[in-house]
Design a protein around this ligand. Structure first.
Ligand SMILES: Nc1ncnc2c1ncn2[C@@H]1O[C@H](COP(=O)(O)OP(=O)(O)O)[C@@H](O)[C@H]1O
Ligand SMILES: [Mg+2]
Length: 268
């Protein structure tokens, strides 16, 4: 067998990236066809900027358009809150669950207490082991963890949470193989693109969501394509809309001057 350095050609063939369309209207053509299979993408933004709706659009369109079942891990909302919110939006998560297209998982309430008291590596690993079983049972191709770490945290938790996030993301990529979205909430007033300062480095791509105001006083929802590793993408700011039943729809690139209402990179 021919080899290329230490890597055989067989192995080399399989190293070509296979992309999977997100199914989010308007986004795939901007990012070279979709997300790289098996990788993790970060959506960061302040509260109410559309992170959850983008994540759910990824799962629902994946299931409905491409027959790829997905798992949604709801870290800060109860199952009932999520299902009721989605229903108001025109999405019947219970029906999709009954059809085996989606599973919703809610971590045990005491996740943050356990993280404080115990080894974050051990907790991330046990979560990965349990995710692996759910992924196998559903044959899931997509996974969302929203948000990647519980929101109610103290300053002293930051180191612990960084370790937890690192082990979780790397373990999911190594051991589970789904294409993933994780979200992180940028605290209001911060100019960092993640909450814990590690999420963007672990992710293959980063999308920042926000709200901005145009000169004529209108508000727009905007998406900044911040990073898309191995994809021919020009960073830019795009308008998006939230359309009931459809989910998030990405529109044209914004060229006009904007005033940020929430933090957006490179919008002064
Ligand atoms: N049916 C709807 N039609 C249009 N916009 C909606 C609808 N439901 C929710 N939204 C908008 O979506 C926003 C919430 O988005 P969400 O994805 O939950 O944000 P995040 O997860 O970033 O906090 C709300 O602030 C609301 O303005
Ligand atoms: Mg949310």
């Amino acid at each position: 067998m021919a080899t290329l350095g230490a890597v055989s050609y067989d192995r080399y063939e399989s190293l070509f990236y296979e992309t999977s369309p997100t199914g989010i209207e308007g986004l795939d053509q901007l990012i070279g066809g979709g997300f790289i299979r098996g990788r993790t993408y970060l959506i960061s933004g302040e509260t109410g900027t559309g992170k959850t709706l983008i994540s759910l659009t990824f799962l629902l369109q994946g299931a409905l358009k491409f027959g790829e079942p997905g798992i949604y891990v709801s870290v800060d909302e109860t199952y009932e809150q999520l299902v009721m919110g989605a229903k108001r939006f025109g999405w019947d998560l219970e029906e999709l669950r009954a059809k085996g297209l989606i599973e919703v998982l809610v971590p045990e309430m005491d996740l943050i207490e356990r993280l404080r008291e115990k080894d974050p590596t051990a907790i991330a690993k046990s979560l990965i082991a349990s995710l692996r079983d759910y992924v196998a049972a559903l044959n899931a191709q997509r996974l969302v963890i929203d948000p990647i770490a519980p929101l109610v945290t103290l300053d002293k938790d930051v180191q612990v949470l960084r370790e937890y996030i690192r082990v979780l993301v790397m373990g999911i990529e190594r051991e589970i193989g789904t294409t993933n979205i994780v979200t992180t909430e940028i605290p209001s007033g911060s100019t960092a693109i993640s909450r814990y300062g590690v999420e963007e480095f672990l992710a293959t791509g980063v999308l920042v969501t926000g709200i901005a105001r145009t000169r004529d006083g209108n508000f727009k929802r905007v998406l900044f394509i911040r990073k898309m590793r191995w994809s021919p993408v020009s960073p830019g700011l795009y308008e998006f809309e939230i359309v009931p039943k459809e989910g998030v729809v990405v529109k044209s690139q914004i060229k006009e001057p904007l005033m940020p209402v929430t933090f957006l990179p490179f919008v002064p």
